[in-house]
Design a protein around this ligand. Structure first.
Ligand SMILES: Nc1ncnc2c1ncn2[C@@H]1O[C@H](COP(=O)(O)OP(=O)(O)OP(=O)(O)O)[C@@H](O)[C@H]1O
Ligand SMILES: [Mg+2]
Length: 392
């Protein structure tokens, strides 16, 4: 008979009021690696069960003092994993059913002709018990593991909530700064126009400027309205076919008025009818930011001495509109090309640049599922390639 390696020996309790049977059974199990208790009365058996419990019980069903089935019940009450084999006077369907009902492992019939049969049954009972114990052990360790996982999950959730919160805060900061940046361009335009009107432009020009001012104000209002609803994944509404040629011309005018671009030549080479389905205001922001960066880069390289050029090209392909803004400015060092779209990355002195221009460009272009790429050679110039895919 084999038992589990390091486990303590199993306790087998044998109960029968017939000394011969008790003796036979004792002889069968005596040399086995188990702890054996043999008693002749139900009372003695009950005491052993009460005090020590048992792993295995072999009991006569009809003991004079206590019913063998009652002993079985007590044994299971004490140790739910205990297994019992009932010895009964005769085999019948009723015996089998009763054994089942009391959750006995098996039963044997007197006289005990084949003791090896009992031995085999006890071994099977031990195997069943070991399996149940192993299952119990696995279940417990699974529950422990589950609890650990649950704890880890709770911790991860708390951490994620914290991260989302700080991301959100950072996002709000970026957004607010971005909006301030977007508002500042038309504001410069308005300022320039208002100053010109104040300087005494003729009535006709003043009226034209006033109309432009209204246009810029419209743009600012749109940006402000957007602030409350801006989200990259949100539905795109208020879109129309934006003419790139006209938008680029407007952007150049805006920059000329708002920033010092003396000595910078803007060359527009845009096919008539090149359109992008988008919010006009956003396409203008893209162009203004790219042209402004270009102007700043060429002025850094050439000063006002001449040769500073920013080139805008645009056209259509089968399924997308493309826009290329290039300049012959200072260029972007290779190791910086990956970060120019990051918010707040700037090489300009404090007060001059926020580092949000290209981030705004990136956000707008990707919002329309477009792509933007940068190509640059230090000391020679920079080119931004943008694609707006046609809506599918
Ligand atoms: N055409 C360009 N040529 C050379 N460097 C550029 C060019 N465009 C952008 N950069 C570099 O990328 C940085 C980030 O540009 P971005 O437009 O995001 O911010 P900024 O121009 O510094 O500030 P802001 O646009 O808010 O005034 C710039 O500071 C500059 O170093
Ligand atoms: Mg910029």
């Amino acid at each position: 008979m084999h038992t589990e390696g390091d486990m303590p020996a199993k306790h087998l309790l044998i109960v029968d009021d017939e000394p011969v049977i008790l003796q036979i059974l004792k002889a069968v199990f005596e040399d086995e690696p188990i702890r054996l208790s043999c008693v002749g009365t139900g009372a003695d058996a009950k005491q052993i069960i009460d005090e020590q419990g048992c792993d295995l019980l072999i009991t006569d069903k009809n003991l004079p003092d206590i019913n063998g089935l009652e002993l079985l019940r007590l044994a299971k009450e004490k140790n739910p994993f205990s297994e019992a084999i009932i010895i009964t006077g005769y085999a019948s369907l009723e015996t089998a059913l009763t054994a089942m009902e009391y959750d006995a492992f098996d039963y044997v019939v007197k006289p005990l002709n084949n003791v090896f049969d009992i031995r085999k049954k006890v071994q099977q009972a031990i195997d069943k018990q070991d399996l149940a114990l192993e299952n119990q052990r696995l279940l417990t360790s699974l529950k422990d593991r589950n609890r650990e996982l649950q704890d880890a999950l709770d911790e991860a959730r708390a951490l994620q909530a914290e991260l989302i919160q700080s991301e959100k805060l950072a996002g709000i900061g970026t957004l607010a700064a971005g909006v301030a940046h977007e508002v500042s361009s038309p504001l410069f335009g308005i300022m320039g126009l208002a100053e010109a009107i104040g300087d005494g432009e003729d009535a006709e020009t003043a009226a034209r400027y006033a109309k432009d001012i209204v246009g810029y104000c419209q743009g600012i209002r749109e940006i402000v309205v957007e602030l409350s609803s801006y989200s990259r994944t949100s539905e795109i509404d208020g879109v129309s076919e934006v003419e790139l040629k006209k938008t680029a011309e407007d952007a150049v005018r805006l920059i000329r008025r708002s920033a010092s671009t003396e000595g910078v030549e803007f060359v527009l080479d845009i096919d008539e009818g090149t359109q992008v389905l988008a919010r006009p205001n956003e396409i203008q922001q893209v162009l203004v930011n790219l042209l402004k960066n270009g102007a700043e880069a060429v002025l850094d390289e050439h000063g006002v001495t001449g040769g500073a050029q920013v080139h805008v090209r645009a056209g259509r392909k089968v399924d997308h509109a493309w826009l290329v803004v290039s300049d012959n400015g200072v260029g972007i060092p290779e190791d910086r090309r990956g970060v120019v779209f990051d918010p707040f990355y700037t090489t300009k002195p404090p007060g001059k640049g926020t580092g949000l221009g290209l981030n705004v460009v990136y956000r707008i272009v990707t919002k329309y599922r477009g792509t933007v790429q940068v190509e640059s050679t230090e000391g020679q110039g920079t080119t931004f390639h943008i694609r707006f895919p046609d809506a599918v």
